[in-house]
Ligand binder design. Structure first.
Ligand code: FES
Length: 182
């Protein structure tokens, strides 16, 4: 009574053969799985973007004479490989050279310096930061970090990424965070 008997009465070729049906279903599921994988990958890229910080430890960043320029200058030379911008600024009445992290404090993307706007901008979700590291626009909520920096007796500038200082806890005032430039 049944469905089986009614199926038997169908003319030949009026229903989809079982093998074809299974093949189509498998194809459909593959498509759904691929789409889901693509969406998941995009979501993961959004949530955990590429970390652009470079390695830790010390590195040599040229000679102090390279930085006797007007306050406001941003050196991008070490941003890609080392994850550090060298910035000349005046802060608390002191002319300084500081080492500002090139890594966004939102989710860790590498920042670009946009000279025309005078900000570091994050290509991932659009945060921007002032040259001294203060956050200018979100979604990042925290300022950029700074690293220890010093001038050796021969004038060589050395940045130590193993020592990190945060502005929100007063770390930027520490003497290790700048080389005096006057
Ligand atoms: S990583 Fe999201 S704004 Fe920079």
């Amino acid at each position: 009574m049944s469905d089986i008997s009614s199926r038997k009465r169908l003319p030949e070729g009026a229903s989809v053969p079982r093998r074809d049906f299974i093949g189509m279903a498998a194809l459909a599921w593959s498509g759904i799985a691929l789409a889901a994988a693509g969406t998941t990958a995009a979501a993961l890229r959004f949530l955990f973007p590429r970390f652009g910080g470079g390695g830790g430890g010390e590195f040599s960043a040229g000679d102090i004479s390279d930085f006797y320029v007007l306050p406001g200058m941003v050196a991008e030379k070490y941003a890609r490989g080392r994850g550090v911008f060298l910035v000349r600024l005046r802060e608390d009445g002191i002319e300084k050279l500081v080492a500002v992290s090139a890594v966004c404090t939102h989710l860790g993307c590498r920042l670009n310096w946009v000279g025309a706007e005078g900000v570091f901008r994050c290509p991932c979700h659009g945060s921007s930061f002032h040259p001294d590291g203060r956050n200018a626009s979100g979604p990042a909520m925290r300022p950029l970090e700074r690293f220890a920096i010093r001038a050796e007796a021969d004038g060589r500038i050395v940045v130590d990424k193993g020592k990190i200082f945060r502005g929100e806890t007063g770390g930027w005032r520490r003497r290790e965070t700048y080389v005096p430039m006057s």
